[in-house]
Design a protein around this ligand. Sequence first.
Ligand code: NDP
Length: 252
Amino acid sequence: MEHAGKHALVTGGGTGIGKGIAIALAEAGAEVTITGRRADKLEEVAALNPRLHALVMDVAEEASVRDGVAQAAASRGPVQICIANAGIAEGKPFGDTTLADWRRMMSTNLDGVFLTLQAALATLGPNDTGRMIVISSIAGVRGLKNAIPYTASKHAVIGLIHGLSEEYMKRPITFNALCPGYVDTDIVRNQLPGLMKRFGVDEQGAIDAIAKGNRSRNLLAVDETTSALMWLCSDGARSFNGQTVEISGGQV
Ligand code: NDP
C-alpha cells in the first residue's frame, strides 16, 4: 500500500494504458481520479475498485480541465501523482495533412498535457511531493512516418517535462515521460480496419503489420507499461527527474 492516502489523477483512465495504471495505483492504496470524455467507460472502470473515481473531463478544453482537476482535488486532496496519458493518434501522409488535422492532434496531445500538468501542480503546496508523468511514445524520440502531427506532439511533451524538471528543481516534484512502442490497446486496434483495407489483409495480418513497428515483432501488453509507471511513481524514483523511459522491446 505504498500510495495509501495519496490522490492520483489519470487522464484517459477509462481505457488502455491509463486504465492499467489507474487500477494498479488504486490497489496500492491511492484514491484515483480517472478522466475521459466517455462516462460509460469511466464508470465501468470505477466499478472495479472503490478507490477509483470517474470524472468526465475533456483535456482539450481549458475550463473542463481547470474545473475538473479543482473538483477532484477538493474531494480527494492535492494531486500528488498525475499521469497525463489522454491522447489520440491519426495517420496520413504529410502532404495530405491539413491544418485542422494538426490542430486537433495538438489540442489533445500537447495542450491537453499542458493544461493537465498546470492544473495538477496548482493543487500542490510548497512542500508536497509530486510525480508528474506524461505518456509520450517511441514517436516522441524518433520520427514516425505518416504520423507527423502525432510525432511532433509526442516530441513536444518531452520538451515540456525537460523544462518543468528544471523549473521545479528545488521542489520535491519529478517530471518524466514514458515512451512506449506499440501497445495492444484501442488506439492500435482502431487502426486495424484501415490497415486491412490498405494492405488487403485479414485482422491478424493487420496486427502483424503494426507489430512489425516494434522490432521485437510483438505488441506490448498493458501490464508492461503499468509496471514501468509504478516504478516512476515510487519513492525509490524520487531522484529520477526530467527523463524519458523507452519501453519498446529494446529498439533504439
Ligand atoms: P486508448 O485509446 O485506449 O486511450 C486513449 C485515452 O485517451 C482514452 O481513454 C480516451 O478517452 C482519452 N482521450 C482521448 N482524447 C481525449 C480528450 N480530448 N479528453 C480526455 N480524454 C481523452 O489508447 P492507449 O491507452 O494506448 O493510449 C494512451 C496514451 O498512450 C496516448 O497518449 C497514446 O498516444 C499513448 N501511446 C500509446 C501507444 C500504443 O501503441 N497503444 C504507444 C505509445 C504511446 P475518451 O475517448 O473517453 O475521451
